[in-house]
Design a protein around this ligand. Structure first.
Ligand code: ADP
Length: 722
């Protein structure tokens, strides 16, 4: 810490205050002191110098060192920085909260369209940017969409790719696109810009070697350049270094020693084990010292939250209070913001988090970490041809990141709810998502950005996915008509890529807009509901309420299944004009989820209009399927879903189980479905979850008639002829 203090006083990087007011001797922003104390502050000057010299900077530093909030502010006043700076984030939660924070630090209005709002954000279905936005935090998916629209990224002076270590598919695509773009600019294949485009790649851990090599390889597109290096060179790079055309910078974080305590025996019951540890720490350890618990997901978090609160009621008065704060991506903004508030007097915070707290969010005050050793990981299940989220052991580097969270402000302790042998059995690093997920969305994005199907194989991937995975994705795109029989890109592919949806759901919308189906508005309602969190409150743990809820919701339930049920609920909500909140409470429906549905719906409808997807747009007053009977209408809607999800059709087998038509896998209807426990000849599902078995959610029971066309394709392998 001494070192940091002395550097702070010694070096006066003094990032220029931004905005005219600041120059006229405005009151200094109270947050300035906090900014100055960040480990990155003394590096401001060298970061600027590095980007003056080179167009690419690879910057590593521990979580919390100030990368995401400070780097854009350091660059804003640079002479080359005339336009906007983009900062990508893997999660919407981080994009929104960083934008708010940076706006505060810059003393400008919160993100939005108002004049003077210099900081904005753009996440799926929520764009808070305006004409004056100079720093734009956006999710990786949104930047990719912008890249599809304008591959030269003319709107931007700099693109900061943050949290690269998370290695989402999207970040890998962004890196590939940027590499291509930089080399096209350099080789004169694109028109010269007034100021060169600057790229900053930021990461919490140490794959500097791989990144430097990746960007340094220039345009040599030989086989061997696709290999990646995972050398840990960054540990030797303190300060800024120049390497050919790429600068690197390593920010030393603050790290106090953290004692690691393993379980003597492995446990299956880690929620209970976490509970015991929380109370042991609370009884033994002095204040201040908050506890951060890493769990797999919302469900486990809510379970533990309930347990901790129950047990806390029985604590003797002499002990400090416990304040339990959940933290996961789907949590609303104001609830997330609570983790940044100071801990009240005589209180210990217990933050129950998913891996968002591993690297994306810095939680102040933490001295004790409890790590369950697992996280939910997206995996492609080859046999099913579907993706699923599964709780799996984390990697050593993830475990070490988690542990590090205990030692940011003082020495700490990390309780690992697994044995030392368990830790030694973890993989060194988490495998990049691109090596274990369905690539059809990635491929669609690439294709829409002008990359030919054959060129996909030579795209500069940091870790090239196996050829088979790319071929599988091409086949999936063929299924939904994004790729023609002749392996050409179909016109529809470009439309599909413009929707912030999976290719399958985009296909469903396109289908709904055809004159034969003519049910776009209703399908938009359903797709909106499928794109947000569950609108029906989950009462699985509350038996008594469950019955009331069943009764209250019965009016929405449709025999055909979940999709038409969602539609009925959304329409019920839209028809309610007086008190929607009360309406939701009465029907055990999440008001917040419904508000989101309405937001998503509005944007999808606008997008459909822009893409000319509205049939009979001149007579849009007419309900789209005014002349169809209710049965016919349901049939059409389900036909649209069948077109997008043809691999997600299962047949009832003689033994009463369901088997998918294409991959011949056994699946079961999830208890959350209105069709749970029902038998029907065919199932069509839009979601798949693998826990102890292969469950399907979002299930409908279409008539065979509705499936005829698609079945012909599935069974006979008929082409589209598009
Ligand atoms: P890094 O990108 O290196 O992980 P950040 O720039 O995100 O670091 O965070 C630097 C510091 O800024 C954090 O330690 C935290 O104290 C503060 N901070 C970041 N976001 C917020 C926020 N939304 N509200 C309050 N403080 C924040």
């Amino acid at each position: 810490e001494k070192r940091i203090k002395s550097e702070n006083t010694k070096s006066t990087p003094n990032p220029k205050p931004f905005g005219k007011g600041a120059q006229k001797g405005q009151k200094p922003n109270p947050l300035l002191e906090a900014r100055k104390a960040l480990p990155i502050w003394p590096h401001a000057q060298s970061i600027r110098a590095a980007l003056k010299k080179n167009n690419v900077l690879v910057l590593t530093g521990e979580t919390g060192s100030g990368k995401s909030t400070q780097v854009p502010q350091f660059l804003l006043s640079e002479p080359w920085c005339q336009k906007c700076i983009a900062v990508t984030q893997p999660r919407r939660m981080a994009a929104i909260s960083l934008a708010r924070r940076v706006a505060q630090e810059m003393s400008c209005p919160p993100p939005g369209r108002v004049p003077g709002a210099k900081v904005g954000y753009s996440v799926r279905f929520d764009n808070a940017t305006g004409p004056h936005t100079r720093v734009k935090f956006l999710t990786e998916g949104m930047l990719l969409q912008e890249m599809v629209r304008d591959r030269e990224m003319e709107e931007y002076s700099a693109i900061i790719v943050d949290e690269v270590h998370e290695r989402s598919v999207n970040v890998d695509l962004i890196l590939g696109f940027l590499k291509n773009l930089l080399s096209d600019l350099e080789n004169g294949r694109l028109k010269k810009r007034k100021n060169p485009l600057k790229v900053v790649v930021m990461s919490a851990t140490v794959d500097v070697g791989a990144l430097v090599q990746f960007f340094g390889e220039g345009s040599k597109e030989s086989e061997d350049t696709q290999q990646t290096l995972h050398s840990d060179v960054s540990s030797t790079l303190v300060g800024t270094q120049q390497n050919q055309d790429i600068s690197t910078c390593y920010i030393e974080g603050r790290q106090y020693p953290v004692q690691t305590i393993y379980l003597p025996e492995p446990t299956q019951n880690w929620v209970e084990s976490a509970l015991i540890h929380i109370f042991q720490i609370h009884r033994k350890e002095p204040l201040p010292g908050d506890i951060l618990v890493f769990l797999t997901g919302r469900e486990k978090i809510e379970k533990l939250e309930k347990l901790v609160n129950e047990y806390a009621e029985g604590l003797e008065d002499s002990l400090p209070k416990l304040l339990v704060l959940p933290l996961f991506s789907a949590l609303p903004q104001h609830a997330q913001q609570r983790i940044f508030m100071p801990t009240p007097h005589r209180t210990r915070k217990v933050i129950l988090a998913t891996n968002v707290a591993e690297t994306s969010v810095t939680v102040p005050g933490v001295r004790y970490v409890i790590d369950c050793g697992k996280s939910k990981i997206k995996e492609y299940r080859n046999a099913l041809g579907l993706e699923s989220l599964l709780a799996k052991p984390i990697s050593k580097s993830a475990a070490d990141q988690r542990k590090g969270r205990a030692g940011r402000e003082a020495p700490g302790k990390c309780y690992r709810l697994y044995t030392e042998d368990g830790y030694n059995g973890f993989a060194d690093r988490t495998q990049p998502e691109i090596l274990r997920c369905d690539l059809s969305h990635a491929l669609l994005t690439m294709v829409a950005a002008g990359i030919g199907l054959r060129d996909v194989f030579s795209f500069p991937f940091l870790d090239p996915p196996p050829r088979g995975a790319i071929e599988r994705a091409v086949a999936l795109l063929h299924d939904i008509g994004a790729v023609t029989e002749e392996a050409e890109i179909a016109n529809d592919a470009l439309t599909m890529a413009k929707f912030p949806l999976t290719p399958a759901l985009s296909r469903v919308l396109i289908e709904a807009a055809t004159p034969e189906r003519n049910c776009l508005e209703d399908v938009v309602d359903i797709v909106s509901a499928l794109s947000t969190e569950d609108i029906f409150l989950n009462l699985a743990n509350e038996e008594r309420k469950k019955e009331d809820a069943e009764a209250a919701r019965r009016g929405f339930y449709r025999r055909s299944g979940d999709h038409m049920t969602l539609l009925a609920a959304v329409q019920g909500y839209l028809e309610e004009t007086s008190d929607r909140k009360a309406w939701c409470a009465k029907h055990f429906i999440s008001h917040r989820a419904m508000q989101n549905v309405v937001k998503v719906r509005k944007q999808l409808l606008e997008l459909c209009q822009r893409l000319s997807l509205v049939p009979n747009s001149s007579s849009s007053v007419d309900p789209p399927t005014a002349n169809a009977s209710p049965e016919e209408h349901t049939k059409r809607v389900l036909q649209c879903f069948a077109r997008g999800f043809m691999r997600n059709i299962a047949r009832l087998m003689p033994d009463g189980s369901y088997q998918t038509l294409v991959s011949k896998q056994t699946v079961a209807i999830h208890p959350s479905s209105v069709l749970y426990g029902r038998k029907t000849d065919y199932l069509l599902f839009t979601e798949f979850v693998f826990t102890n078995r292969a469950w399907v959610k979002g299930v409908s029971a279409p008539d065979v008639g509705a499936l005829e066309e698609v079945m012909r394709k599935v069974v006979l392998g008929d082409g589209d002829g598009e």
